[in-house]
Design a protein around this ligand. Structure first.
Ligand SMILES: *Cc1c(COP(=O)(O)O)cnc(C)c1O
Length: 368
């Protein structure tokens, strides 16, 4: 048994010597930011890898979310999920938008389309769902509601790098989809993010908004932000992309082993996934149900005592944060499924390099 703590994720890093030539090139050509050669190459490489037409790179996923909302001029109220990372709702508040929380589906943990219509008011302008854990939302049902009520759809796709449904990348859905390339994600540029744009025109506007609103040297058309990805981060992305298929394959086998190890443990439920989906195995959530001998938090402490550090994604719910809990939609009676999920979920360590031995030990600690 190793004494090193095992975290829920460990960033994947290719050998350092493979990065040196990229650094040399940056040092030689002295272009550090503002859409330099690596930035351009990474946009092209990601479009090809992900199977999308247009992408705009960002300094992180949160600024990308904020900018996505700006680019579509979203105002008023936006329907979103409480079962996500803080940035989902925070990006609304940074635009002066009121989040309206709607409960999640008990099987997918994504926004429940059946509950969206009841939350629509004359102020509603958009829906911001999350492909939670990389499991695709019910994109067809959500789009139908959006079309009926003339709403925009912005997907927080921070977990969904590389995920495909039967017809291709799930990032093609909605008016815009936003990725995060944070260190903890399946594909990372240390810090980074992107917006998947449906057409060249929307990419032009988004590229202006992430660069202070500049159109050219003397023309500023909007109060844009500085959301540009640097050449250093873009170079990291190009290097990571060379290894991402191996990283995904490694995650897939870890996922399969957990499912096998835990399938007969009473009180532990692994989230199922759709057969039609090409998954990215970004997370391995389990539910610690009432018939498990100890509570979720006791299991969490027990694992920590043994050097394993799972995460309670997502607990607390966003709607329970002090800046949101006063909203009518944030009340727990409105969010029973999300409230129960937040009490039961535990995300187990999953990352390339997690050893078979460690995985066996984690499974045994849960099963014993
Ligand atoms: C990671 C994450 C973000 C934020 O991305 P950053 O790149 O860290 O700013 C947003 N939404 C979700 C669901 C995330 O998991």
């Amino acid at each position: 048994m190793s004494n090193k703590p095992i975290y829920v994720t460990r960033p994947f890093l290719p050998p350092l010597e493979e990065f040196i030539p990229y650094l040399q090139e940056i040092w030689d050509n002295k272009i550090l930011s503002n859409g330099g050669p690596f930035h351009q190459q990474l946009e092209e490489a990601l479009c090809e890898f992900l199977g999308v037409k247009h992408i705009a790179l960002f300094t992180n996923g949160t600024i990308a979310l904020v900018t996505a909302l700006q680019s579509l001029r979203i105002t008023g109220e936006v329907i979103t999920t409480p079962y996500s990372f803080a940035a989902t709702s925070h990006s609304l508040v940074w635009n002066g938008i009121k989040p309206v929380f709607v409960d999640i589906d008990p099987n997918t943990f994504n926004l429940d389309p059946a509950r969206i219509e009841a939350a629509i008011t004359p102020q509603t302008t958009a829906i911001m769902p999350v492909h939670c854990y990389g499991h695709p939302c019910d994109v067809v049902a959500i789009q139908k509601i959006a079309d009926n009520y003339n709403l925009k759809v912005i997907y927080d796709a921070a977990h969904a790098f590389g995920v495909q449904d039967a017809e291709g990348s799930i990032l093609r859905h909605g008016d815009l989809a936003v990725l995060s390339f944070h260190a903890t994600k399946v594909f990372n540029t240390f810090e980074g993010g992107a917006i998947i744009c449906p057409d060249a025109k929307s990419k032009v506007r988004i590229d202006q908004l992430k660069n202070f609103g500049f159109v050219d040297e003397v023309t500023v058309v909007a109060p844009g932000i500085n959301g540009k990805m640097s050449e250093f981060n873009a170079a990291l992305g190009l290097l990571q992309l060379k290894h991402v298929c191996l990283a995904l394959a490694s995650r897939k086998s870890i996922d399969a082993i957990y499912r096998e190890n835990l399938k007969d443990v009473p009180g532990i439920r692994c989230l199922s996934r759709s057969e039609e989906v090409v998954a990215n195995f970004a997370y391995f959530p389990i539910l610690v149900q009432p018939d498990y001998p100890i509570s979720r938090d006791d299991l969490y402490e027990k694992l920590k005592d043994n050097g394993i550090h799972p995460r309670r994604y997502f607990y607390p719910l966003i709607s329970d944060f002090p800046m949101y809990r006063g909203l009518p939609s944030a009340q727990r009676e409105n969010l029973p499924v999300a409230t129960a999920a937040a009490q039961q979920v535990l995300c187990l360590p999953i990352y390339p390099g997690l050893t078979d031995d460690d995985q066996r030990r984690i499974s045994q600690l849960i099963a014993e």
